[in-house]
Design a protein around this ligand. Sequence first.
Ligand code: ZN
Ligand code: ZN
Length: 658
Amino acid sequence: MSEINVQLEGGRSAQVAAGATVAEVLKAADRDAAKQALAAKVNGREVDLTFRLDESAANGETLRVEPVLPGTLEGLDVIRHSTAHLLAAALLDLFPGTKLGVGPALLEDPRYGFFYDVIAPRQLTDEDLPAVEKRMKELAKRNLSYRREEISKEEALRVFQEREEPLKCELIADKGGERVSVYYIDGSPFIDFCLGPHVPNTNKLKAFKLLSLSGAYWMGDAERPQMQRVYGTAFATQEELDAWVKQREEAERRDHRRLGKELDLFSIQEQYGQGLIFWHPKGGAIRREMEDYLRAELDRRGYGLVFTPHIARRELWHTSGHEENYADSMFAPTEIEGQEFRLKPMNCPFHIGIYKSAQRSYRDLPIRLAELGTCYRAELSGTLHGLLRVRGFTQDDAHIFCTPEQIRTEVIDCVDFAYDVLRTFGFEKFKVELSVKGSDTSKGYLGSEEQWVNAETALADALGERGIPFERIEGEAAFYGPKIDVKVEDAIGRHWQLTTVQFDFNLPERFELEYIGEDNRAHRPLMVHRALFGSVERFFGVLIEHYAGAFPLWLAPVQVAVLPITDRANEYVEQVARSLREAGLRVETNTRGDKIGAKIRNAQLQKIPFMLVCGDREMEEGQVAVRERSRGDIGAMSLEEFREMALRLVRTRALVNE
Ligand SMILES: [Zn+2]
Ligand SMILES: [Zn+2]
């Protein structure tokens, strides 16, 4: 038999007999790594450990062989993908007659690690999941092999027809080449049409968990009968799985949709339309604080606050380019007197309208127009998610029109503004990305090379000036300009994209924006879009999860609960509440017949920052016994004393009540 040259990790080369499996090759090189290997890569292509190296593949050349190890993204992919197969095997075992759809690994989704779409002989419920998981564990322990076979397409179709797997047959007919690879889990009823690779046997799968069920359609086609999607996740080790489960529970505890309901902050009402947010009085109180703060800052920083319509003639969207590039995300046109109108998906063209309403001179610039502008986008229902992905939302939008000489200062001001805002709301850790053009010319970038260099330099300089570390991402810029994105890290270490500062070479051209320069000639102004919250809805959702609903005093919808110990104190309680309300605090009283313990518990559940407990003694001495949400009893003080403390915390937008 002839020999094949292989190159192993660390650059070592060796000769192996043709027909050797990659497992054997890896074993000869490094026993430990081979033991751990989940799959392998031959010249960068992922293969099973049972893959045989043959001469024709080598063609006289050296083959590079490396293990795919746990603890790498590729390793995780193999584990999750193989576990999805194990799930299908368990389902077939427990529910014979189950028809299999597809079952991919998910690596980007924070909520799930894989799923399998199936049509079971009966509707599966959450109660079935423990039994399925148990069967998966039994199969895993039996150490069954994943076996690959390459057969002709006809043969594959025959095999899957025999097993009554119509969906797999559809897939093979559609996607299969002349020869197709199928995988068995030997000793289980499972067979799949799949490219692999998989783990060599089921006892490599040690840490997995089934999570939930949802509906799904074959190939996303709602005309077809509904399937069931079983979600799960898997990791290389039990420790990783446990840590992930804990994080997930924490995320669930903080889920803004749940807290939104429990704390009566907002709702989404199916009968009015998905993706549309109803702000209840308590959510409204928070929004008002957010907006009031923002407006005051806009005034202070020289922005003009504008209000613009929600719809505009369709021609406008042709001029802006939205009709060409963005029509799918816009609600369909509506007609009046032969003219078509469309709801706005963005505010930019409207602010341009204000800019263009008069001739501008260099003396007028910079012009900074800001709006809490409500936009509408026709997002598909499947992509909607609470406050984070909606169909109607309000951007804290602004557009800056300026001269090239002004751009540097303007961008620095935007960055300062963003950091002030994000810090005020309690975020301390940031990840900043600068998306630049890169060398790929296929993206159809607008604007001259010089414009790009200037814009990218202005953005990088602004970050540099403020000593803000950032990651430069080549080729990620929009076709119309580079941008800065600011992601915040929340209380449990998740990152949320909020602020964007985006250059635009496109709209000033399309709308032929001009200003008269010092030279008395017309020039194109530079244009920057920027949103700090991103959208008010999304920012609110992130805030709810960051604080787990326990907002700092200045944002809390109810800041103080005044609680009588007995009915005798009711009148005093109302008097205390009135005086605090007059000072501008948001106050609730609870004069129901409950015991004081229940009243405190209730206020605690509503995450009200301060509870003032009032009994006979407090009444007599004109005092209040103060409880703070997280610190408990902090002692009695006079009403004036408490009021001054609370007002100071509100005024300074303190993040903790001390
Ligand atoms: Zn597979
Ligand atoms: Zn814009």
